[in-house]
Ligand binder design. Structure first.
Ligand SMILES: Cc1cc2nc3c(=O)[nH]c(=O)nc-3n(C[C@H](O)[C@H](O)[C@H](O)COP(=O)(O)O)c2cc1C
Length: 140
């Protein structure tokens, strides 16, 4: 059964762009082998990640990811069965924090600062749908 899980977490320290790329690189490698697709954003010290794939595989992956000391306070914000993936072509796309993207984040937020913890599930799915065009791969 195909599902999409969206969660947020807070980065424990100030991660450099290189460290974020390392996370995405490992994700691309592992997720491709698991048949998992998705995207990762980091803004305002908050990670927002979308994971799509088989429900048991995504569930197992999520529980492994939350053990990573580079983030804390993980919260599943949206979880449900889907008919089709948003990120069919992405093992793990990275959405960088440019001004243009910030404007899209804020389009779906009530707050002036990016705070996905406060966003409703349907807004989060729409945000990721819009981000498909903006995600990019990190070279291996
Ligand atoms: C915010 C965040 C998101 C992550 N997402 C993934 C992911 O989608 N897939 C993955 O395999 N690892 C992900 N990781 C990294 C894992 O916690 C772990 O470091 C990695 O899977 C280890 O891979 P390796 O054993 O191949 O080195 C993420 C880490 C963080 C902090």
């Amino acid at each position: 059964m195909l599902i999409r899980l969206i969660y947020a977490s807070r980065s424990t320290g100030l991660l450099t762009p290189l460290e974020v790329k390392d996370i995405v690189r490992a994700s691309q490698r592992n997720n491709a082998a698991l048949g998992v697709t998705g995207a990762l954003m980091l803004s305002n010290g908050i990670f927002l990640q979308c994971l799509e794939g088989d429900h048991l595989v995504v569930n197992g992956l999520y529980h492994r990811i939350v053990l990573d000391p580079r983030h804390r306070e993980p919260a599943v914000l949206s979880l449900g069965e889907i008919d089709a993936r948003l990120f069919g072509g992405w093992a793990m796309g990275l959405v960088s924090t440019t001004e243009a993207h910030r404007a899209i984040f804020l389009k779906y937020s009530a707050q002036a600062e990016f705070d996905p913890y406060q966003m409703r599930a349907s807004a989060l799915s729409q945000l990721f749908a819009e981000m498909v065009e903006h995600a990019r791969t990190v070279p291996a």
